[in-house]
Design a protein around this ligand. Sequence first.
Ligand SMILES: Nc1ncnc2c1ncn2[C@@H]1O[C@H](COP(=O)(O)OP(=O)(O)OP(=O)(O)O)[C@@H](O)[C@H]1O
Ligand SMILES: [Mg+2]
Length: 206
Amino acid sequence: MIYAFLNQKGGVGKTTLSIHTAAELALRGRRVLLIDADPQGSALAWSNCRETVDFTVVGMPKATIHKEIEMLAGDYDDVVIDGPPRVTELARSIILAADLVVVPLQPSQMDVWAASETIDLVREANVYKPDIGVCLVINRKIANTAIGRDVRTALKELGVPVLKSDIGQRVAFAETASTGSTVLPKRHSKASKEVKKLVNELRRLR
Ligand SMILES: Nc1ncnc2c1ncn2[C@@H]1O[C@H](COP(=O)(O)OP(=O)(O)OP(=O)(O)O)[C@@H](O)[C@H]1O
Ligand SMILES: [Mg+2]
């Protein structure tokens, strides 16, 4: 299964959720390849700080990913692609490489607009490859806020599935970036449970 975390908006959690999805799948015994397809190289930088080697991380910010993905994915059960911000040929190539495009967004109206543009890109790609799926996941949700609830209503209009598993705004996620770690070792923490739920839901989708 090839998951691509994509949203042209910067800072919505593409890298954080890519890393955590890859790590959670690896923890479940899956052979996982994480492709850092963002020229900023954040996932690669994260993996350079990492002591554990539980999955492979490669950098490949190239608009030929869709042509090479079959060869790259050969030895793995799952591939996770961390996409770049901005709409580019690279973003289009990533969509064509994916089975499921996961669009993270924060609970704000501006993020709803940005997400709709990423969904449009997937629909364009669906002309060539109708079986590419797309779903939305709310990241950095602040518990019990009106905007957290309202955003779901706004997202319904986009006409694509919104995952039930929201990811909360949690310092634990922010801390993992500079340390090459994940929130997963603390299996009973809220952050870890959220990732587990997210990955369960992603796996049920396809
Ligand atoms: N759920 C969360 N709780 C707290 N901090 C978070 C959460 N998700 C992401 N962050 C923090 O927000 C910042 C942006 O996240 P991240 O780098 O994952 O976004 P991105 O979409 O990959 O950004 P870019 O478009 O620049 O690649 C990072 O500092 C990250 O640690
Ligand atoms: Mg990123």
